[in-house]
Design a protein around this ligand. Structure first.
Ligand code: WTA
Length: 654
């Protein structure tokens, strides 16, 4: 397989020590091996010990794991806790004045918030939400910019036992509507405005549009954090300014003590079929994963300044902005803007200004910064950095080397962390100081994670050969179900053929040292700039346009974004040519952007009289993938109903 070769060309091993970090939490390879064998010999004893050590329990649990309803596992079930208490109250006595959040806005303004402040803000909002009649068991949709209040909103939900569902601020009103409805949310928490790259997005307007689409019977309140001039449409009785809501609230709020399995949040993500699915996480198990990875993978130390660039709209922003860093009591940076505004030095300037020690970002950002200024980091003082992280897609060895040598000045380990919305936190990642690094490999599974590569029948595959990445044993921080669709959860992630293993949806292989190399998705999910998008989702959006009869969407490798979206479209009318084709393509791109969000906008649209289909009517996507890449068709096309269409679709690219 070509992918294996291209990743493997750089197999240099980077030593774990020799000037690297001094691991505070794990002393080396032997400590790693000892944890792995503890987990193998007695998984329940292992997880139980960690859960007791790392979580503050209101009531202890008596049983670690209940597997009887496989794959609907229950962990620490009779334990009682509150996640917000674990993130905030636990630090009030020891470090009330430590800065929790350093917020840098798009325009460069900086606001700081201590643990005491943050606790107070969370309590006030939690009380405010309760005053609106919101109660434990309800769902709230959060549609916020990256700002302190986004973290406050999530923590406030956790405090009162409300399950939050954060919708990325870049999603359209239509996507927002779908998610509010699916969750049966009673309230939406939003802001009037979001500022990115010097531009203003009107989030509350999108909420109004979503509500206008109708059918949101459960929704009673819209809480709006005011940042702009405030001249927005207002629906009295439903809309309430955040500032008014919290104004008279008490600064303490008794947490809602919940069972370990209480759903902390759902987060919608794309799959290969149908509409986005609401991945549902637990309270205790999820929290445990975030805390452990902060300590093991990010080697958290009390004087760290942690910066994860992810938006809270994605799982990375849940585990490594809102929950993990706060649970360990870290100081962290949060940033509303984009890496290239006002110029491509922005990230490096933030690291310099705030003395960031631990920096976590996505390969797509790294590649775009290489393109926009490979020597830029040298203009800044990056001496505070001690650890670099990568997430969201495979990092190509070239980008890894640049990150390591230019940004990390060959001093800082790069932790390439493989995980997913469904796994809650890191699964396969190097433990710096313990595990030698290889550029392009996420290295070895964390202790307790039984990762393996298998074939279609669930049989182990020998090292060096590609196959499906699975996790053989349950782990506390895995998703519990899909909101309202347990069957889809079981069918998607625990297919019968695989004998009960968790199927990640990625293909991967292991090298001779047992290191994992992720090759990409094994299903119809695209990874565009680290964001997951289902091809079916984009196709459904396209065929919802009155001009379109049929559409097929594939990915094409892209140097910066990982993958770019190419759509093959058949119109109801004549196949458009020349300028008309350009005009309709532009219209369809905007259409998809409005239907789903700008991240789903196709890079290229090609028109044909038909799509390549087998005689039984199945669209042959692999042919479309070859065409999208500009390659020659070498596959057998004898089963095609309409081979001539290939020539047409190839030419329509010109
Ligand atoms: C991909 C993001 C290679 C993978 C945390 C996975 C990666 C999907 C890596 C999950 C990595 C994430 N190396 N591929 N280090 N990290 N992926 O749910 O295909 O948005 O299945 O979670 O991203 O994306 P999700």
């Amino acid at each position: 397989m070509a992918t294996i070769k291209s990743v493997l060309h750089e197999t240099r091993v980077f030593p774990p020590d020799g000037g690297f970090v001094q691991q505070a939490n794990l002393s080396g390879m032997e400590a790693y091996r000892a944890l792995c064998s503890e987990a193998e010999q007695d998984p329940e004893g292992f997880w139980g010990r960690l859960a007791r050590e790392h979580i503050l329990w209101r009531e202890p649990f008596s049983r670690v794991l209940d597997e009887s309803a496989h794959p609907f596992f229950k962990w620490f079930e009779d334990g009682v806790l509150n996640v917000s208490f674990n993130c905030l109250d636990r630090h009030l006595a020891s470090q009330p004045d430590k800065v929790a959040l350093i917020f840098e806005a798009d325009d460069g303004r900086v606001t700081r918030c201590t643990y005491r402040d943050l606790h107070e803000r969370v309590c006030r909002l939690a009380n405010g939400l309760r005053s609106l009649g919101v109660a434990s068991g309800d769902r709230i949709v959060i549609y916020m910019p990256m700002c302190i209040e986004a973290v406050v909103a999530m923590q406030a939900c956790a405090r009162i036992g409300v399950t939050h569902s954060v919708v990325f601020g870049g999603f359209s009103a239509k996507s927002l509507h779908e998610r509010i409805r699916d969750a049966g949310a009673v309230a939406v928490v939003t802001a009037d405005e979001q500022y990115r790259g010097g531009r203003t997005n009107h989030l509350k307007t999108a909420v109004d549009e979503a509500i206008a689409l109708g059918g949101l019977e459960t929704l009673r309140s819209v809480v709006v954090y005011r940042r702009g001039p405030g001249d927005i449409r207002w629906e009295a009785g439903r809309d309430v300014w955040w500032q008014d809501l919290v104004g008279n609230q008490e600064v303490v709020c008794e947490p809602e003590w919940v069972g370990a399995e209480h759903p902390l949040f759902t987060l919608y993500t794309s799959g290969s079929t149908g509409k986005p699915k609401g991945v549902q996480h637990s309270s205790a198990g999820y929290l445990l994963g975030s805390v452990l990875s902060m300590k093991w993978v990010f080697d958290y130390k009390p004087d760290d300044v942690f910066w994860c660039t992810a938006d809270v709209g994605w799982v990375t922003g849940h585990s490594y902005v809102t929950y993990g860093p706060l649970a360990v009591g870290a100081t962290q940076v949060i940033f509303e803007g984009i890496p290239t505004y006002p110029d491509a030095g922005r990230f490096w300037k933030i690291i310099q200004d705030h003395r960031v020690t631990t920096f976590y970002t996505a390969p797509t950002a790294i590649r775009s910064l290489i393109k926009n200024g490979p020597d830029r980091p040298k203009e800044y003082d990056l001496s505070s950095l001690r650890l670099l992280g990568s997430v969201g897609e495979p990092i190509n060895p070239e980008a890894w080397m640049w990150y390591y040598t230019v940004v990390g000045q060959s001093r800082c380990p790069v932790v390439d962390t493989w995980w997913q919305t469904e796994t809650g936190s890191h699964m396969i990642a190097p433990l710096p100081g313990a595990i030698p690094l290889k550029p392009g490999s996420c290295t070895l599974p964390l202790p307790g994670i039984a990762a393996a590569i298998v074939d279609e029948a669930g049989q182990d595959i020998e090292n060096g050969k590609g196959g499906f990445l699975v996790i053989k044993r349950p782990f506390p921080y895995q998703a519990r179900t899909l909101w309202g669709d347990p069957e889809r959860f079981r069918d998607t992630y625990f297919p019968r053929e695989l004998g009960g293993y968790y199927l990640a949806g990625d293909s991967a292989h292991r090298d001779e040292d047992g290191y994992f190399w992720i090759m990409g998705r094994a299903d119809d999910v695209l990874n565009v700039s680290g964001h997951r998008l289902g091809t079916m989702e984009i196709e459904s959006a396209l065929v919802a346009n009155p001009l379109v009869a049929e559409a097929a969407v594939v990915g094409r490798p892209d140097d910066i974004r990982g993958e770019a979206i190419v759509a093959f479209v058949v119109l109801k009318g004549e196949r458009p040519q020349g300028e008309e084709a350009g005009r309709i393509a532009a219209e369809l791109r905007n259409w998809v952007s409005r239907e789903i969000g700008p991240i789903a906008r196709p890079e290229e649209i090609r028109f044909g009289d038909n799509l390549p289909k087998t005689r039984s009517g199945k669209i042959m996507r692999r042919l479309l993938r070859t065409l999208a890449q500009g390659g020659e068709i070498t596959q057998d096309v004898s089963t095609l109903e309409n081979p001539a269409i290939l020539e047409q679709l190839k030419q329509s690219a010109a």
